[in-house]
Structures are given as C-alpha cells and as structure tokens.
Design a protein around this ligand. Structure first.
Ligand code: GDP
Ligand code: MG
Length: 287
C-alpha cells in the first residue's frame, strides 16, 4: 500500500550571508518509471508552496519526466521564503541491465561541483557564485515486485513495516551509508535527534496531487478501497516526516555537509590531480 522513499546520500551548499535559496535535488536511482517521483515532487510543493508566490497554482501539474529536469518554486517556511529546486530524473533503472544506472546522476552532481569550482578559482570571482550543487538525493524503492517473504506476518511483502525492515537490513548488509551518517553527529543532542531519523528510515511515503474532502477539510490524499490515505497525516504515511526532515530540521545541516564534506573532497581531489586547477581567466589568456 505504501511507496517507500529513502534518503541515502546527500549533498549541500555554501552557507553564505546572502543565501536566499535552498536547493534540494531529488534523484531516483532504483526509481524506475511509475514509482511516483514526479508525484512526490508535486506533493512536496503543494504541501509547502507559498500560497502568495507568483506563477504557481495548486492545480499546477508536473509533467512526465523524460530528461533530467529541475523545477523550482518559492516556498515559505517559518515565515522565511526560500527557493526550492528539485531535479526530477527520468526512469533510471528502467533498462534491463541497470548495472551503471547511477552514472548519469553522479555525472550531474560532479558537473555542478565543477561549475562551482571553476567560478571559485576564477581571478575575478563573483561575489555570489551561482550555486547549483545538489544537497540531497532521494532514492525511490518500489514496495511491490520484490520476492521477499515476510517471516513475521507471512505475506509476500505487501506489508509496509516488514518491507521497511527488509530494506534496512539490505542497506546494512551491503554497507550502504545514508544521511545522516553517525560520524557527522556533533554532540549528544545531535546524536539523539539523528538516531530517531536513522531509526525511521526508509520513509514509507504516499504522494498525491489530488485533494479530497475529509472531515470538512480539503486534504491531499489518495483514494483507495479502504478510504482516503491522507498524505500529510502522520498516522497514514511518513510524507510529513520526510518533508520536515529535508526542508525543516536538517536543511542547514544538509547544506553544510554538502559544502564542507562532499564539495571539499571533490575540490581537493581536482586541485591535487591537476597540479592545481588553473584559473579560467589565466587559461583563456594563455598565461
Ligand atoms: P514517476 O515516473 O516515478 O515520476 O511516477 P509518477 O509520479 O508519474 O507516477 C506514476 C503513477 O503512479 C501515477 O499514476 C501516480 O498517480 C501513481 N502514484 C504516484 N505516487 C503514488 C503513491 O504514493 N502511491 C500509489 N499507490 N500510486 C502513486
Ligand atoms: Mg516522473
């Protein structure tokens, strides 16, 4: 019944005084077509978008994704407006052989680092470097079509908690790390907050861009034979938890980890391998 999205890795951007926008980019590695990626993006914006922001109506639809494509909207969070950009990807994992299906995504992420680095080493460096770096990757896993057999409830995994447990086990067995990594916990408080997140992942999420009337209120939901699954109702699915995690509680941390760890690693490697990345101006004038 539930679709499962999990945040496995993440990237972020420079915290600057002039920072005015959040960039979250959503990728789906195992997310082949039809898993609900575009719908989730739509749900995220619809649940959060600034009602006053121009150019957006609650009826806007995100079209079917056929190429790597970013969608940006201004959202309002705690009275602060931010620009949220989501990069929706087409069906990676749709091919018969998916061995290297993540490569276009890694390439995209690295290209954004390279762009930033090129600007940074420029002699006439811009005051505010345009930043398209990725802060967060969401991976979508289909809850159906797996051959897991649930030993606890005896079902072939139509059961959300068992499926989530299975995913957790596989991540651990295969040494796949996901954000927030333990080694980045800064203190006990951080550790206890992050432990809760780590415990809750992967999130079992339902996305929908349709509204239904429930108890006199219009809510985003998905109609099923059992009734309306309310997207933002925490007792129905974990969409609200996922949203709060990425655009509220861990937003700043995602940005810092992207800049201080992932980008820094990329930068150090590039400068090292090149014997120093030549400033673009210098190269152009053949100095
Ligand atoms: P994408 O190809 O991954 O971008 O998938 P889409 O967002 O285009 O969704 C494909 C289909 O799955 C559409 O018919 C959606 O209505 C449906 N869908 C999207 N999200 C969910 C969900 O959370 N649960 C269920 N059951 N169906 C969904
Ligand atoms: Mg799509």
């Amino acid at each position: 019944m539930f679709d499962t999205a999990s945040i496995i890795s993440h990237q972020k951007r420079t915290p600057t005084a002039s920072f005015s926008g959040l960039l979250i980019r959503s990728f789906s590695l195992s997310g082949h077509s039809g898993l609900g990626k575009s719908t989730l993006v739509n749900t995220l914006f619809k649940s959060q978008v600034s009602r006053r922001s121009a150019g957006w109506s609650r009826d806007d639809k995100i079209p079917k994704t056929v190429e790597i494509k970013s969608v940006s909207h201004v959202i309002e969070e705690g009275g602060v407006k931010m620009k949220l950009t989501v990069v929706d990807t087409p069906g990676f994992g749709d091919l018969i052989n998916n061995d290297n299906c993540w490569e276009p995504i890694c390439k995209y992420i690295n290209e954004q680092y390279e762009k930033f680095l090129r600007e940074e080493v420029n002699i006439t460096r811009k005051k505010r470097i345009p930043d398209t770096r990725v802060h967060c990757c969401l991976y979508f896993i289909s809850p159906t079509g797996h051959s897991y057999y649930c030993q606890m409830c005896g079902f072939t995994l139509a059961c959300s908690p068992c499926f989530v447990m299975q995913v957790k086990k596989e991540l651990e067995m295969n040494g796949i790390e996901f954000y927030p990594q333990k080694e980045f916990d800064e203190d006990m408080e951080d550790k206890s907050d992050n432990d809760k997140i780590r415990e809750a992942m992967p999130f079992a999420v339902v996305g929908s861009d349709k509204e239904y009337q429930v108890n006199g209120k219009r809510v985003l939901g998905r109609k099923t034979a059992w009734g309306v699954v309310e997207v933002e109702n925490m007792t129905h699915c974990e969409f609200a938890q996922l949203r709060d995690f990425i655009i509220r509680s861990h937003l700043q941390d995602l940005k810092e980890v992207t800049h201080n760890i992932h980008y820094e690693t990329y930068r150090a490697k590039r400068l090292h391998e090149n014997g120093g990345l030549h400033p673009v101006d210098t190269q152009e004038s053949n100095l």
